[in-house]
Design a protein around this ligand. Structure first.
Ligand SMILES: Nc1ncnc2c1ncn2[C@@H]1O[C@H](COP(=O)(O)OP(=O)(O)OP(=O)(O)O)[C@@H](O)[C@H]1O
Length: 707
């Protein structure tokens, strides 16, 4: 039972008071626990230093919080995890902490250690450069055009001033033709507006092309890198968070990248250029502006950052509500089976109401902010006109200069305001980019390609597990296999049985090289499988069928072809026939083109299993691994599937992991596993006559069957 207590980590006192009483009460925990920090991970386990474990934990916690608080104002999403016997303290750099109380297993190992990632992944400029390099010409073009548009923006106030001066002179002197007088400067200004419009469109087009291509390249590279990672990586990282890096983080990075280059460049150029113009128009008015403007922009930036924090909280709340809906809709069958629709509706309504309230508050905050900033900006205009009027009456300034000054100072205000917003956006973009880059350069510990292949005609399919010891990387303290030995003779069927959690499926995972053993070797035809090409091993040598086969939401034809993409239709149909699936597939109106729905939801368990068998058989594997392939089926489906399996296993090396002992009595060898080791081995009759663990299991299963 997991009990999560949340507290704001910044408030040190509550965290301290939460820890001390817990630890005082459970002094035993300290004696039992060990302290380790695995390299690269952030998992700490307590009592290599039993005496000062608490103070060490506390200082690590504070250091982690300080680091995440000072590096960036944005949440980074990393976690540190402290394991104190059955208590796990998770400190996340989102500045929250959870104290999770977990039951320890029989070895005093906590069941829920999750390896956290670096709390603040670094932004790597050289990786960004690799993505930007192919778009360099377009990027330089965009920068030049944006710079040109900014320079013109500096010219416009001056030309507006010229125009006003012409009008003012005409009004004063009433000489000449008004249209003739004004035509020249007006046309110049119009031309300037036109060129500026063209430059602006040009740089936006180029920049969005650069942004989209960089983002698309990043998505493809990140997806490829994620697919390359080994299974242990996915044990330690939630898929939702990985998908978030592909979508939200890259989106955020792209927006920041485009905004910082376009608006950043424009705003800085305009601010500097317009300030120079202001100074040349009127040093006295510029002096006044220099005093007032930064104060207003500073106040605006402060309120702006407060509003952005509100906006982030409101977005997080919307994401939370979406999470509730996602979970309920994703598990709709379970929700319905437990008649929990009402509870889920209430839960969703509660979260939506909270997000509605937060968004309303945010809306009110924005409204007040905009109202106040409108008043302040208009006051600046009034103040400038007032002071400028005085200068005009003293003949120190012309009306046109005042006009130029007003427009240029408005441009400066806008530019300064956008620089302050851009700064926040840049920080967000950098932390999103860092999260994306973190996995781009991650090398899997088990590489997918490279290594040798055994020619098909000489492959016998003999497998030897030699002295294998293994712990899952996410649970290094819990040894699942202990000096495990087993031989799968060529073309024979070996079954593994034993208590639940004894490590049977782990043996299959090691053969597939989802993980590598900590010690010992697995041999295929006398060769260490670590020296063999992994894509070849998984793609052509080993066929894997498990208890709950997962199908893709495409047609049956495509699902079977997943086992061998180049297979012809005839090969697919042949594999389906071998798997006893042809008849039910052709009974559907769309036959092999029937779309099976998300994860194969429109097929029955037995039908799904037979499609999965066809998918495994189409690659004609030398070794077949059946991990409780029939245990989820009813008697009739099991009979049909078993028939298919009997046919499929002929002439192959087969490893069966079985719960129901009735299904493996014909196996050439049955191994009984207990506590990570093989404790008995022999045929069904040999093991029965021994009267050991196997006959015990048979007796228990028979008794359960009779209940
Ligand atoms: N991905 C994983 N990460 C960490 N521990 C795991 C993982 N998968 C399994 N384990 C643990 O390894 C041990 C052996 O699990 P395994 O699935 O191999 O047992 P099993 O004999 O196949 O059990 P069952 O008959 O119930 O399927 C269990 O204690 C389990 O909790």
């Amino acid at each position: 039972m997991l009990q999560l207590l949340c507290c704001r980590a910044r408030a040190a006192a509550p965290l301290r008071s939460l820890l001390y009483p817990r630890c005082n009460k459970t002094a035993e925990i300290w004696k039992r626990s060990r302290l380790y920090k695995s390299p690269g991970s952030h998992v700490y386990n307590s009592s290599q230093h039993p005496g000062n474990a608490l103070s060490r934990i506390w200082s690590l916690t504070q250091r982690a919080l300080r680091r995440s608080a000072t590096r960036t104002s944005q949440p980074t999403g990393g976690t540190l995890k402290f394991i104190l016997g059955p208590t796990i303290l998770t400190v996340s750099s989102r500045l929250f902490c959870h104290v999770a109380h977990c039951e320890a297993d029989e070895n005093n190992n906590t069941p829920a250690e999750v390896v956290g990632k670096n709390p603040a992944p670094e932004f790597k400029w050289h990786i960004l450069w690799e993505f930007v390099k192919p778009q360099l010409f377009a990027l330089i073009g965009a920068v030049v055009l944006a710079f040109g548009a900014a320079i013109l923006n500096i010219q416009i106030p001056l030309m507006l001033g010229d125009l006003v001066n012409v009008v003012a002179r005409y009004l004063r002197e009433h000489t000449g033709n008004y249209v003739h007088e004004i035509r020249g400067p007006a046309l110049k200004l119009l031309g300037l507006y036109g060129i500026q419009g063209l430059l602006t469109s040009g740089y936006i087009i180029l920049l969005s092309r650069v942004g989209e291509r960089v983002a698309a390249d990043m998505r493809k590279t990140l997806f490829t890198s994620l697919l390359r990672q080994d299974v242990a990586f996915f044990d330690a990282n939630k898929t939702g968070q990985l998908v978030n890096r592909l979508t939200a983080d890259i989106q955020e990075f792209k927006s920041s990248f485009k905004l910082v280059i376009s608006q950043g460049l424009r705003s800085i150029t305009q601010t500097v250029g317009c300030f120079v113009s202001l100074y040349f128009i009127s040093p006295k008015l510029t002096g006044l502006t220099v005093v007032v403007l930064p104060c207003l922009v500073g106040a605006g930036a402060l309120i702006g950052s407060f509003l952005r924090r509100l906006s982030r909280l409101a977005q997080e709340q919307v994401a939370k509500a979406t999470g509730v809906a996602d979970e309920a809709l994703g598990n709709v069958r379970t929700v319905k089976a437990f008649a929990m629709e009402d509870r889920e509706r209430q839960l969703y309504a509660h979260e939506v109401n909270k997000s509605c309230e937060m968004n309303e508050n945010l809306g009110a905050g924005i409204a007040v902010f905009q109202g106040i900033s409108n008043i302040a900006l208009n006051c600046i205009v009034l103040g400038t006109i007032f002071a400028g009027g005085t200068l005009i009456s003293n003949n120190e300034l012309s009306p046109g200069d005042l006009m130029s000054f007003l427009v240029a100072s408005q441009t400066v205000q806008r530019s300064l305001a956008s620089i302050s917003i851009l700064f926040g956006q840049m920080v967000r973009g950098i932390s999103s980019g860092a999260r994306v880059f973190e996995y781009l350069s991650l090398e899997p510990s088990i590489p997918l390609s490279g290594g040798g292949r055994i020619p098909y005609h000489s492959l016998t399919g003999r497998v030897d597990f030699m002295n294998i010891s293994f712990s899952y990387p996410t649970r290094p303290g819990h040894q699942v296999l202990k000096r495990f030995n087993l031989t799968l003779p060529p073309s024979k069927t070996v079954a593994i049985v034993g208590e639940s959690g004894g490590g049977k499926s782990t043996v299959a995972s090691l053969l597939e090289r989802f993980y590598d053993p900590n010690s010992g070797v697995i041999m295929l035809d006398g060769l260490d499988i670590r020296t063999l090409d992994l894509s070849w091993l998984r793609g052509q040598v080993i066929g894997f069928i498990n208890q709950e086969p997962v199908l893709f939401g495409s047609s049956i034809m495509e699902n079977i072809r997943f086992g061998k993409p180049e297979a012809t239709d005839a090969e697919v149909i042949n594999a389906a026939k071998q798997a006893n699936a042809h008849r039910f597939i052709t009974s559907f109106p769309d036959g092999y083109n029937t779309v099976v729905g998300e994860r194969g939801v429109t097929l029955s368990g037995g039908q799904k299993q037979r499609v999965a068998i066809a998918r495994a058989l189409i690659k004609n594997p030398s070794i077949l691994v059946l991990d409780e392939a029939t245990s989820a089926l009813d008697a009739e489906s099991e009979r049909v599937v078993q028939e298919a399996l009997d046919r499929a296993t002929r002439g192959r090396t087969v490893l069966i992991i079985a719960h129901r002992l009735s299904t493996i009595q014909g196996a050439d060898l049955i191994c009984v596993m207990s506590n990570g080791r093989v404790v008995e081995a022999g045929t069904h009759l040999e093991l029965l006559s021994k009267g050991g663990l196997y006959s015990d299991l048979i007796r228990r299963q028979r008794a359960e069957g009779q209940k």
